[in-house]
Design a protein around this ligand. Structure first.
Ligand code: BGC
Length: 913
């Protein structure tokens, strides 16, 4: 008897046991355990039971037995869950043999937060002081002592701030989240957090406290300056306590709280934080603070914005990184500096450990690179001061400090102000990596160490730039939700991490940013510094991102929620078009950012590809995605309407930009790439366009010239057009411009520009030269999809049906990709040599795969010890376009193929069958 496929990894709206859920129909998901490697594990039916008690009857919902294999995106269909109620859920899943298995009682739940505004009794409180447009002010410390009659059986803290907060109860930090409540357009919406604080409270005296930081609300945002959303930080907190007898008590932020300024003299995400340990507020989290000038907190009017629950995990601290070597001393005039190298360009903060006299002030600065003299290269930070300051209290036992309300993008940190003769050891500074806490879902590796480093760099740029919103860069005075960068990278991002909740949240920001005209801006959350239509390939992120989340996770609800808004966006594009050419030159409009940072222009940052061509290509793409999304949510009429629009705009594109013999206007790599990627030309012209593209690459010595727009599709197009050899030659190119050039120069993240630093020219223009910008890392999806050979089937999204089809090439002799899909882990792991191809794959439970072998026709293929035909779980073996293809049920397989040495996999891969 086969072992049981248990429902495991139960999640609600992608999250494990979320608190503060507001959604009336949250979506539930589970996976089936692998059942000891049995092949063909699948679900035949399920039943969900939801209860207000851990082991109680299904008083909220009993779905009854539902035939079918749905294990993801299953909407809750029970009674409305009352406000602030925990809904425990359990699922019984019947496998392919009709054998049931049930998840444990009481383990999985979601909990509603306050469901209406009337349930919030808190008031906004803060300090009477505030900074100006140029300078910050001391961080407010807020506290309230209160008594509880008994120990509570349950307590929740619902809390948010305009600005940032760190909350404490009885001296202990609440949660371990950073930069809460996160970043939204705070003119419209602020997120709140919900914490289970039952264990932190006791009967008798209790103290709740919070420190407020400026954050995005009133600190610097990009180059727009301070106070973008408001003048000072404010706290809004509601502590709800329940006793065994059913009675409740509530402590809210209001005029009864006490306020003082403390050791944080100033804090700013871009500029850094200044802390004077001599001004610490002794005992401020206890019943009687022994220092500080405490006064009543000031109460502020309710701004009337939306209070929204979190849809994604907050920023958290991940690994700690120690310097790779002892710090280097730089002798100074009055005192010395030490430069620490963490060996990795990272995003986060540091902990400083020091023993020094009271009043000693240390200055910490951060940089991604060193300059020619070995000092910190700071020019590319522009106006971001990225400087922390710490003044010692003079503790003879030593003291440690970690800034709270700032982060930096850096590999190097410098500590200045060390008295002559004093030493700073490597242990004086440790770095903490901060980013949105998205589970890791993918790994790629292969036989080329440089490509492995490229993958490492992609993952690190993703980590550093998925911080609350998808940003362009983490270090200079920018750090914005640049839409173009986000859409270019999202597909790669979704391989490496579970990005669905993060992009559900960002799509809410996109909706908040939409203008009455339907237009979307270039950066989201919107700020006045970058107003108006974001332009082609940037604002189109509004359509591309939800589609990608649907493809990768099957998230229909995201589309349903936003479809009409996206329709208004596409209608807006219509108003920006003439004769179906978007941004037709006659309209005399701003044309967008072009193929940003492409190297084929006349020295301009926006490249040589005509802007109306890019615009119209993305108009077609948007229309096609709208049609696909309409089909996904059962809106057939809309699908037909968008299909017709796509067909019409495609015709317009051809008329205006494509000649009869296959030249595309602009004659740039990106022009050909877009025409081919978005299927904008008749089939018979495709080979001609591909020839032109290859000709340009060859003319440049096997080099690319594409910018942010063309680069993500370049290798895909080449592979699809039968030019895998050219694709690999670009991937393996080590001279700039190329992906591996930066790798050969020691990069540990993806650079903003192909030539951010070159041996010939040194640093590029300091005005725009980030060394941690993920856009060019968008090549990552090609590594998983084509090199490792794992892909999805958009008709059965979320990896319900998997395509396994590696295309070995170049000098690679092996590659391995893994991806933790909504159904479990997918693996494709191959090794090739002359006349042999070994391939291990894993197809997760409750899915199926189509596998295509990159081996010549006639190769002998075995699975384990048996021939392919007749192996359990393998069906539908056929030869398609000279390649062997078969169907697989879930399970793990070890294939080996051999063939006479004359026809090698490399030859086949090079397009000569
Ligand atoms: C950002 C980008 C962004 C661009 C717009 C830059 O300053 O860093 O990555 O997409 O502006 O073209």
């Amino acid at each position: 008897m086969s072992s049981i496929a248990l429902p495991v990894f139960l999640v609600c709206n992608y999250l494990v046991n979320p608190l503060g859920v507001q959604d009336a129909h949250p979506r539930l998901a589970w996976q089936l355990s692998e059942a000891d490697g049995r092949r063909g594990v699948a679900q035949s039916a399920y039943e969900i039971r939801v209860s207000t008690r851990p082991d109680g009857p299904a008083d909220l919902w009993d779905s009854g037995r539902i035939e079918g294999d749905a294990t993801t995106q299953v909407p809750y269909g029970g009674r409305p869950v009352p406000s602030r109620t925990r809904a425990y859920w359990q699922v019984t899943s019947w496998d392919e043999h009709g054998q049931p298995a049930t998840s444990p009682a009481g383990a999985a739940f979601w909990e509603t937060g306050p469901l209406s505004r009337a349930e919030w009794k808190a008031q906004w409180i803060g300090a009477p002081w505030h900074g100006s447009g140029h300078t910050g002010s001391p961080a407010p410390y807020l506290r309230r002592a209160f008594k509880l009659a008994k120990a509570p059986v349950s307590a929740r803290l619902y809390i948010t701030a305009l600005g940032l907060y760190e909350a404490y109860i009885n001296g202990k930090r609440v949660g371990d989240d950073h930069f809460t409540p996160g970043w939204t357009d705070m003119r419209k919406r602020v997120q709140y957090q919900a914490y289970d604080v039952t264990a932190m409270l006791g009967s008798g005296d209790n103290v709740i406290g919070a420190i407020l930081g400026d954050g995005w609300y009133c600190g610097n945002v990009a180059a727009q300056g301070r106070q973008v959303y408001g003048d000072r930080p404010k706290l809004f907190a509601q502590l709800e306590v329940a006793y065994a007898d059913g009675s409740r008590e509530v402590v809210v932020s209001d005029a009864s709280w006490q306020l003082a300024g403390g050791p944080i003299l100033e804090d700013d995400l871009l500029m850094g934080e200044s802390y004077d340990a001599g001004q610490e507020l002794a005992g401020w989290l206890g019943p009687n603070p022994s220092s500080g000038e405490w006064q009543p907190a000031r109460v502020f009017a309710d701004p009337g914005i939306e209070l929204s629950p979190m849809l994604s995990e907050p920023v958290r601290a991940h690994e700690e990184i120690s310097p790779v070597a002892a710090p280097r001393r730089e002798a100074g005039w009055g005192n010395d500096a030490f430069i620490f190298d963490f060996g990795q360009n990272l995003v986060g903060n540091v902990t400083l450990s020091i023993k020094a006299a009271a009043g000693t002030t240390l200055t910490l600065r951060y940089a991604e690179m060193l300059d020619a003299s070995g000092g910190l290269y700071l020019d590319n930070l522009r106006s971001a001061r990225a400087t922390d300051q710490y003044t010692c209290r003079g503790d003879p036992a030593g003291e440690t400090w970690t800034p709270r309300f700032t982060f930096h993008g850096f590999r190097y940190a410098e500590v200045r102000g060390i008295p002559h003769g004093a030493e700073l050891g490597a242990g004086a500074l440790v770095a903490h990596v901060l980013h949105s806490d998205l589970p890791r879902t993918g790994e790629f590796s292969c036989s080329d160490p440089l490509i492995n480093q490229l993958q490492h760099n992609i993952q690190w740029s993703q980590r550093g730039n998925y911080l609350e919103v998808p940003t362009d860069c983490p270090q200079r005075d920018e750090r914005l939700g640049w839409t173009g960068d986000a859409q270019a990278f999202i597909r790669t991002g979704a391989w490496n991490r579970e990005v669905a909740p993060f992009f559900n949240k960002w799509q809410r920001d996109i909706a908040d940013a939409q203008m009455p005209s339907g237009a979307e801006p270039a950066v989201i959350p919107a700020i006045d510094l970058v107003p108006g239509d974001g332009g082609p390939a940037w604002a189109d992120a509004a359509v591309i991102c939800p589609w990608t989340v649907y493809e990768c996770y099957g998230d229909r609800a995201l589309i349903e929620r936003h479809f009409d808004a996206l329709g208004r966006y596409v209608a807006y594009i219509g108003t920006q078009s003439k004769d179906d050419i978007r941004l037709h030159p006659d309209l005399d409009k701003w044309g967008g950012f072009g193929d940003w940072l492409a190297l084929d222009g006349s020295g301009q940052v926006d490249g040589g590809t005509p802007k109306d061509l890019i615009a119209t290509a993305f108009y077609v793409y948007d229309a096609r995605l709208m049609a696909s999304m309409a089909r996904a949510i059962g809106r057939a009429d809309d699908a037909a309407r968008y299909d017709a629009l796509a067909a019409r705009v495609t015709k317009a594109f051809q008329r205006r930009f494509v000649t009869g013999d296959g030249l595309v206007a602009g004659n740039t790599q990106t022009s050909y790439v877009l025409a081919l990627q978005f299927d904008l030309v008749p089939d018979e012209l495709r080979p001609k366009l591909a020839d032109e593209l290859v000709r340009d690459i060859r003319r440049r010595g096997n080099k690319l010239s594409t910018g942010f727009v063309g680069t993500p599709y370049l290798l895909h197009v080449l592979a699809r057009e039968g030019r895998l050899d050219v694709a690999y030659s670009l991937l393996e190119q080590q001279q700039w411009p190329s992906w591996l050039y930066a790798v050969t120069q020691g990069a540990t993240t993806i650079w903003e520009r192909w030539d951010g630093w070159t041996k010939e020219k040194g640093f590029q223009d300091k005005g725009m030269n980030s060394f941690n910008h993920y856009a060019y890392g968008a090549v990552g999806d090609w590594l998983y999809e084509v090199v490792a050979g794992i892909d999805l089937d958009p008709l059965r999204p979320g990896y319900k049906h998997i395509l396994l089809q590696p295309q070995p090439g170049g000098g690679l002799t092996s590659a391995r990709g893994t991806h933790l899909s909504p159904y479990g882990e997918i693996v494709s792991d191959w090794r090739s040599s002359d006349g042999a191809f070994d391939w291990s794959v894993t197809v997760p439970p409750n899915t199926a795969a189509t596998a295509r072998f990159p081996v010549p026709a006639g190769a002998e293929i075995r699975e384990g010890a048996s021939p392919l035909a007749g192996s359990p779980g393998v069906t539908g073996i056929r030869t398609e376009r000279g390649e062997v293809t078969c169907e697989l049920v879930s399970g793990s397989y070890r294939f080996s193929a051999t063939w006479p040495k004359a026809a090698t996999a490399g030859d086949r891969a090079a397009g000569s069958p």
